[in-house]
Design a protein around this ligand. Structure first.
Ligand SMILES: O=C(CO)COP(=O)(O)O
Length: 250
């Protein structure tokens, strides 16, 4: 298998945080990203996508959504189509985040339909997978992640349309992180599954680690084999912290 030089991605998931005044934080990020050997992305709440896309124009920061509906339009009160995210200026969308899987009971089949919707709208899909604490303690981590990959990833994945984010549910917002050996094991497993299914392209798909990434642990986590960047929650809300994480790639 050819060794790919993968350009890392540091993506910030703002979750349900941010008001119009937060555009100032994005502008600070845009001003500080020079010289990084990585792609950067911020996924603000949908209400801020258009404003953030405008503010990020001319900077290397891409803007993404946090979820989309599988349909392009229709009677789905409160939902957002991938086409609407693209129209507002997003170039990517997170699908299958554990908070969606838990809070909204999203299944692998629904996540797959959302990833296909993202592609239909020309967006990159950032598909999240990860085990709960109980699943890890029962020794089922690779089974769970393997099942999520098989069920959530559509055929036709390529490095340009897919990013996989490994986010252990128990590490999200808790300050806990897996050991480097555990991260290496899961990322290596995901890479194997991607190359088995998608061949050469699967070898080039970025695999992000997510869960309590902060400037103080980014150096350790982001230099592990097959970790091609981070999906950052809390620490992506402040320009200083987000840039401190991305600085691993300076
Ligand atoms: O869920 C996450 C990113 O999608 C991770 O969140 P935290 O970085 O706040 O743990």
């Amino acid at each position: 298998m050819a060794v790919h030089k993968i350009r890392p991605l540091v993506a910030g998931n703002w979750k349900m945080n941010g008001l119009t005044a937060s555009v100032g934080e994005l502008s600070k990020m845009a001003a500080g990203v020079g010289g990084l050997h990585a792609d950067l992305m911020i996924c603000p709440p949908a209400t801020l996508i258009a404003a953030f896309a405008k503010a990020a124009q001319g900077s290397p920061i891409a803007i993404g959504g946090q979820d989309c509906h599988a349909a392009a339009s229709g009677a789905h009160t409160g939902d957002i189509a991938a086409e609407m995210l693209a129209d507002a200026g997003a170039t990517a969308v997170i699908v299958g985040h554990s908070e969606r899987r838990t809070d909204h009971h999203e299944t692998d089949a629904q996540v797959k339909a959302k990833a296909l919707a993202a592609w239909r709208a020309g967006l990159m899909a950032i598909v999240c997978v990860g085990e709960t604490r109980a699943e890890r303690e029962a020794g089922k981590t690779l089974d769970v992640v393997g099942g999520q990959l098989a069920g959530s990833l559509p055929d036709g994945a390529a490095a340009t349309n897919l990013v996989v984010a490994y986010e252990p549910v128990w590490a999200i917002g808790t300050g806990l992180t897996p050991t480097p050996a555990d991260v290496a094991e899961v990322h290596g497993f995901i890479r194997k599954r991607l190359t088995e299914r998608f061949g050469e392209e699967g070898g080039a798909v970025r695999i992000l680690y997510g869960g309590s990434v902060k400037p103080s642990n980014a150096g350790e986590l982001l230099t592990i084999a097959d970790v091609n960047g981070a999906l950052v929650g809390g620490a992506s809300l402040k320009a200083e912290d987000f840039l401190g994480i991305a600085a691993v790639y300076r």
